[in-house]
Design a protein. Structure first.
Length: 306
């Protein structure tokens, strides 16, 4: 089985569920979330990053390990704490408050990548957050991409543009153009490429990505691949907490592609996973199982030409 590998930041999550029950400890970080969702759907996954040499870091490693994520390139850092964020839910949706500056996750460096990190890897995931969280994280991501290219490994760029991190939009656009798959929200696309239109975004990506996936909240998600565009309707549900839903979609889509599913059917898997995740509190800990995802997928409307 080929591996889905991701490089980035892990964060502890303190979820405040808008008065619904007790606060809960969970785990996030967009690249790690992609691995968790893909692993829940049966993919073999691998992660590279740093965690603090503290109780939060140990619990995060245990959480990832429970999902079978390979952690040979995750380094405990005794010189910095595990990063933390609050996931607050209110009438206007979820809001994040971060404590990540100087965290262990932000101190990832190119030398942290084990020589075997990209062995038997089918897809490498790089995200906009990884590129933005620190210069050393960005350097590690660029190195991983260069090695992946040399080895013929597909690269997936999950846009996840976060203006508060002050990331370089031009660098993110360049990474997306150099990737085989680009995934993001239409909001991401507008920030990075100046347009929300899938056809226009695909044109601006040039000869790079063979696949483009764009989401739009409760409106249909679109995949553009092989000269065709397919829109996948999103089931109508009550949204409880949308944190990490985009990462769930990305993880499910890439897991399906790794096992040979067509882009349109892979997008349906992604939409099903994200739809289930938004109905629960928390981030990666709320991701659905393969059985739950397949059950919803069987009831969903099929995709249509976009």
């Amino acid at each position: 089985m080929t591996v889905l590998a991701a490089i980035g930041e892990g964060l502890a999550e303190f979820s405040l569920a808008g008065g619904r029950g007790r606060p809960a400890l969970g785990f996030g970080g967009d690249a790690a979330n992609v691995c968790v969702m893909a692993a829940r759907l049966g993919a073999r996954t691998r992660f590279a990053g740093r965690v603090g040499d503290d109780e939060l870091g140990r619990r995060m490693l245990a959480f990832w390990g429970e999902h079978g994520i390979e952690l040979g390139s995750v380094r405990p850092d005794p010189g910095a704490p595990t990063g933390l964020y609050l996931n607050e839910v209110g009438e206007d949706g979820h809001r994040f408050v971060y404590w990540r500056r100087g965290s262990a996750g932000s101190r990832l460096e190119p030398d942290d990548l084990a020589p075997a990190f990209l062995e038997r890897v089918g897809t490498l995931v790089v995200t906009g957050v990884t590129l933005a969280v620190s210069p050393s994280c960005a350097a590690a991501a660029r190195q991983a991409m260069a090695v992946a290219r040399d080895r013929g490994v597909r690269v997936a760029c999950v846009l996840n543009h976060r203006p508060a991190l002050g990331g370089d939009v031009e660098e993110l656009a360049s990474v997306a153009r150099a990737s085989d798959v680009t995934i993001g929200s239409r909001e991401d696309a507008e920030a990075v490429f100046g347009t929300r239109d899938p056809g226009r975004v695909r044109a601006l990506l040039g000869d790079g990505p063979a696949e483009l996936v764009l989401t739009d909240g409760a409106d249909p998600a679109v995949v553009v691949a092989g000269g065709e565009a397919v829109a996948q309707p999103v089931p109508a549900v009550e949204v409880r907490n949308a944190a990490g839903a985009g990462d769930a979609l990305a993880g499910a889509y890439l897991a399906a592609r790794l096992r040979g599913e067509r882009p349109a059917h892979s997008l349906a898997w992604g939409v099903a996973a994200a739809t289930l995740s938004v109905q629960r509190d928390g981030c990666a800990a709320a991701y659905p199982s393969a059985e739950e995802t397949a059950g919803l997928l069987a009831r969903m409307k099929p995709g249509v030409p976009a």
